[in-house]
Design a protein around this ligand. Structure first.
Ligand code: ZN
Length: 137
């Protein structure tokens, strides 16, 4: 099932500047920057109480973040829900008629397996499912 909101993703044009703004807003600095080369983005995470904010900046014009900003400008890009079993949740959503943007879960930022649900079926909001990757020792 879809558990708590894991984070909210915000598309930005200038990561340095956005980090400066969100550091002031949340009164804490970014705890992690991570590049997801396959998606042509750099992410920066903030923790504020139980809430997480992910800033996303494009590193290439091929990036979905670049296209999003071209079309809509900066702003909320996606809402991510934590799931305990991403594969079964993807199956359930597919059966419910949602369009998944990837067939298989893929490796996202912050040690997560992720899958995106197309915003055309969710009233214009891009939804991300994310499952923590458990490291087996
Ligand atoms: Zn995200």
């Amino acid at each position: 099932m879809l558990e708590k909101i894991e984070h909210i993703g915000i598309a930005v044009k200038d990561l340095e500047n956005a980090e400066w703004i969100y550091a002031k807003l949340l009164n804490t600095s970014s705890y992690k920057r991570e590049e997801v080369a396959s998606e042509y983005v750099i992410t920066s995470f903030f923790q504020s109480g139980p809430n997480k904010i992910e800033l996303l900046v494009a590193t290439d014009e091929k990036s979905a973040i670049h296209k999003f900003i071209e079309k809509k400008g900066e702003g909320i890009h996606h809402i991510a829900f934590a799931v305990d079993d991403i594969v079964s949740e993807m199956q359930r959503l597919k059966e419910e008629g949602f369009t998944l943007l990837n067939e298989q879960p893929k490796k996202g930022a912050d040690n997560k397996l992720v899958c995106f649900v197309h915003p055309k079926g969710t009233n214009g909001v891009l939804i991300e499912l994310c499952q923590e990757i458990k490291v087996e020792e």
